[in-house]
Design a protein around this ligand. Structure first.
Ligand SMILES: Nc1ncnc2c1ncn2[C@@H]1O[C@H](COP(=O)(O)OP(=O)(O)OP(=O)(O)O)[C@@H](O)[C@H]1O
Ligand SMILES: [Mg+2]
Length: 243
């Protein structure tokens, strides 16, 4: 566990109505660290992310950010603290242009004045988006839409970026470019990343540590190499690795 934890999730349980989905989850993300949470479909990965980013109330436990208790606060307040959640699926404004969609990421209090610099940085990271800045989001390819969704998250210059299944529905070659971008952000060590994927193979290269969530419980946390070496974990939760 990193000594300088930015995000601490302690004994968190949450769910919908009477149904508890996530039980007693424990995780930490250090300053500048990338933690990847993997696990099968429907086992509660997105639910846990929603609880962390203020979209879902906790039924037990606590969440701390920079040492401060943040559970119970509204999602907008957490955005102001520098926590940005890029949800599963792209959720763009289809009739707005690429640039207008990106600027939406700079709306929360405090970020608007720096929008010009933030936009330049996003365009430097995604040169293709610069070429398409005036194109409406609805006319973009799936890969381009995913890039806009990630770029919009980066516009806020987050302290913690929470990304839910960035590979979802994309062709392998596009997944590779998405992960190159994420690896670039991770390597700067100025933004901590909490990333969810179903599949271990995608996250192996960007993760400092990996947690496995199964049936609403975090069953294992370790270095990517430790998890890859554990054949039982690999086969049960992560899918077969290439030999
Ligand atoms: N808004 C909701 N209301 C009620 N139940 C929900 C809601 N959202 C999710 N669930 C249920 O919670 C469980 C966990 O869903 P969740 O979306 O967290 O899984 P996941 O691990 O992110 O799966 P995937 O890999 O398919 O995205 C599922 O059984 C799902 O049906
Ligand atoms: Mg999900």
């Amino acid at each position: 566990m990193p000594a300088d934890a930015l995000l601490e999730v302690r004994g968190v349980s949450c769910g919908y109505g009477e149904t508890t989905i996530v039980r007693n989850a424990e995780l930490t993300v250090g300053a500048g660290e990338t933690l990847c949470l993997v696990g099968p479909n429907g086992h509660g990965k997105s639910t846990l992310l929603r609880a962390i980013t203020g979209l879902l109330p906790l039924s037990a436990g606590e969440v701390r950010f920079g040492g401060e208790r943040i559970d119970g606060r509204a999602a907008e307040q957490l955005t102001e603290l520098g926590i940005v959640h890029i949800p599963q699926g792209d959720h763009l404004f289809p009739d707005l242009t690429v640039e207008e969609n990106l600027l939406m990421g700079a709306f929360p209090k405090g970020a608007w004045k720096d929008r010009g610099t933030a936009l330049d940085e996003v365009f430097a990271r995604f040169p293709k988006l610069k070429d398409r800045r005036r194109q409406r989001a609805r006319t973009l390819s799936g890969g381009e839409r995913r890039m806009v969704a990630i770029g919009r998250g980066l516009m806020r210059q987050p302290r913690l970026l929470v990304i839910d299944e960035p590979s979802l529905g994309l062709a392998p070659v596009i997944v590779e470019s998405v992960y190159e971008i994420i690896a670039g952000v991770a390597a700067q060590r100025t933004t901590s990343i909490l990333l969810v994927e179903e599949n271990f193979t995608h996250v192996e290269e960007v993760a400092d540590r990996v947690s496995v969530l199964e049936m609403g419980r975090i069953v294992r946390t370790g270095l990517p190499a430790e998890l890859a070496d554990d054949a039982a974990v690999t086969q049960s939760y992560l899918g077969a690795l290439p030999s």
